[in-house]
Design a protein around this ligand. Sequence first.
Ligand SMILES: Nc1nc2c(ncn2[C@@H]2O[C@H](COP(=O)(O)OP(=O)(O)OP(=O)(O)O)[C@@H](O)[C@H]2O)c(=O)[nH]1
Ligand SMILES: [Mg+2]
Length: 345
Amino acid sequence: MFVDHIKVHGRAGRGGDGRVHFHRGKFRPKGGPDGGDGGRGGDVILRVDNSTDSLRTFFFNGRLHAENGQLGGDSNKSGRSGEDVHFKVPPGLVISRIVERFNEETGEVEEALEQVADLTEVGEEFTLCKGGKGGKGNQHYATSTHQAPREFTPGQDGEEGNYYFELRSIADTGLVGLPNAGKSTLLSRLSAAKPKIANYPFTTLQPMVGVIEFGNFRRGTMADIPGLIEGAHQNIGLGHDFLRHIQRCRILVFVVDTAGSEGRDPIADIETLRTEIKLYDPAMGKRSWVIICNKMDLPEAEEHYKQIKDRFKRVRIFPISADQGTGLDKLRKYLDDKIGEQGKW
Ligand SMILES: Nc1nc2c(ncn2[C@@H]2O[C@H](COP(=O)(O)OP(=O)(O)OP(=O)(O)O)[C@@H](O)[C@H]2O)c(=O)[nH]1
Ligand SMILES: [Mg+2]
């Protein structure tokens, strides 16, 4: 099961209360105050880890709760601190706090999101909820005129809240195309990834990131997502839910079935895709983009290819056949120049 967005509840541990206690020794029956401090509450900590690529664990347990600190002890001993809890999260996780906000226009209280973190680097740690401090024991309240203090402070509550976790995959390039355009076939040609390929729409049901090796230890990444259809930005089809996975890509690679199989018009397809992308996120409309004219091995493709070149004069266009593996060298070279990096992994 692939989970890429989910609500969770985070709660750090409460600090233990300070203790009120007086020393009672065999030879000092009326000893001074020796109540210790409460232990601090445990933190809820997230750590970015490459071994996980989904938020599945949080689907089964969305309660990220850490242990409370314990009551202070006697003999000036502090209470035990609550254990921190650690959770592994995939890179590309955007975390928002869910807050309630009054909407002036509708007159209703609504849930809103306030982004608190964007975790991209493997190994990065983020404290989602900080544990409460322990209270002070009565040992701290003794003065020359106040020798038997009964004062203490209670432990503080740990931070708590509802959070929205959203995974936005990190890849250099993202494939954009209608269902059946050949996106997954292209990814399987360029990388070692083994996406499912078939002659029906919506073969790809979840995003997949492949690593493209350019040689000389240079690499880049490419994300394949389910096909988009008109209205995707309004959540029609599967597209919308997955557009977030290519939201950060530096280059958007538009793949089109140049043969116009099933009576499609490739130019209209490209225009539909451009519109969907812009409506989803205007910033994505300003990203570098290229057109892959796929399925050039089919006879109908040549004529459409000419028309596409004519219509999109300023865009880089690569005629290829992902199926036959032709035309890929130029594309590979282009991607290497734009995104190829050494020693990134
Ligand atoms: N003739 C020809 N067929 C191709 C080419 N590339 C892909 N196909 C075929 O087109 C069909 C769809 O390919 P996919 O790679 O699954 O397409 P997709 O864009 O990933 O489709 P979705 O995941 O459903 O959005 C498959 O039957 C492929 O074999 C090509 O260059 N030429
Ligand atoms: Mg696919």
